[in-house]
Design a protein around this ligand. Structure first.
Ligand SMILES: C[S@@+](CC[C@H](N)C(=O)[O-])C[C@H]1O[C@@H](n2cnc3c(N)ncnc32)[C@H](O)[C@@H]1O
Length: 259
């Protein structure tokens, strides 16, 4: 479905400016990440996928680290990324241990699911040790990670980001191709996202989301040089408050960059 002006006017606008001006990290955390029940999907991004690799990039980390909790077991170093400075500040406070918000229920969920007797605080410390830094990244730029220059990554994770950054389906495909350039040949991307949603609400601000189906997501990644190696789709996500977002389903995808 093409991006329409109606969506831009009524449901927020895509692009960096919207996030710079209106994204309230504290309200986002309180609304969507106060506990695992209100989020449900992100920490599973790498569940059962058995991916390994030395270096991992998380795209659009935002003010939260749930996407990389399970991933911290399967890589040596983690590069977080953000588009809005307020998110960087939140992540910096978390790294320093001064953030008011607690991610404990997310760590608890992951260590319980892995069943190795690890304690949540130990896992949090291990994750912090692996984080190299928080780097600027704009998916709407041809080279999203510039001005940082890094060798290609073994694994890329991303949660609820590409569909809110892409202006339309053609734009989603441009993003998929430029994300592909950040990944090694044979490397993997693990994506968590929503399907059929046109907005999400953070406080009084409505953010845009691209309405996309599961079939469209898979077709785009295949056309962009990836083989889909894992796909899970659900009709809903735990307790879903439709005033906060109108998505119709969620998905986890793991895809491998073709050699
Ligand atoms: C719904 S939040 C998701 C945050 C987090 N990954 C999660 O799963 O909770 C959307 C994220 O997309 C990021 N974002 C929006 N447009 C972007 C763009 N053009 N480039 C990179 N990130 C973008 C925002 O900064 C925000 O952190």
């Amino acid at each position: 479905m093409p991006y329409s002006d109606d969506v831009a006017m009524n449901r927020g606008k895509f692009g960096r400016e919207d996030y710079l001006k209106y994204f309230d990290s504290a309200v986002f955390l309180k609304t969507f990440h106060s506990d695992i029940q209100r989020n449900g999907g992100g920490p599973d991004a790498l569940e059962d996928d058995d991916l390994t690799g030395r270096r991992l990039l998380d795209i659009g980390t935002g003010p939260t680290i749930h996407t990389v909790i399970s991933a911290s077991n399967c890589c040596d170093t983690i590069y977080l990324s953000k588009i809005a400075p307020q998110n960087r500040e939140t992540l910096r406070k978390w790294l320093e241990g001064t953030l008011q918000h607690s991610f404990k229920s997310f760590f608890q969920y992951v260590v319980d699911r892995e069943g190795k007797g690890e304690i949540p605080s130990g896992r949090e410390a291990m994750l912090k040790d692996k984080i190299v830094g928080i780097f600027p990244l704009d998916l709407l730029q041809a080279e999203p990670l510039l001005p940082s220059l890094f060798p290609t990554f073994d694994i890329i994770t991303s949660s609820l980001c590409i569909e809110v950054a892409a202006p339309d389906l053609a734009g989603y495909e441009i993003i998929a191709r430029s994300v592909g350039k950040l990944l090694k040949e044979g490397g993997h991307i693990a994506l968590f996202g929503v399907l059929g949603g046109s907005f999400y609400q953070v406080g009084s601000h409505t953010f845009y989301c691209l309405k996309i189906s599961g079939e469209q997501v898979q077709d785009i990644w295949k056309r962009s040089g990836f083989k889909i190696v894992g796909w899970k789709q659900n009709a809903s996500l735990g307790q879903h408050d439709t005033s906060l977002s109108d998505f119709e389903g969620v998905f986890h995808m793991v895809a491998q960059k073709c050699l």
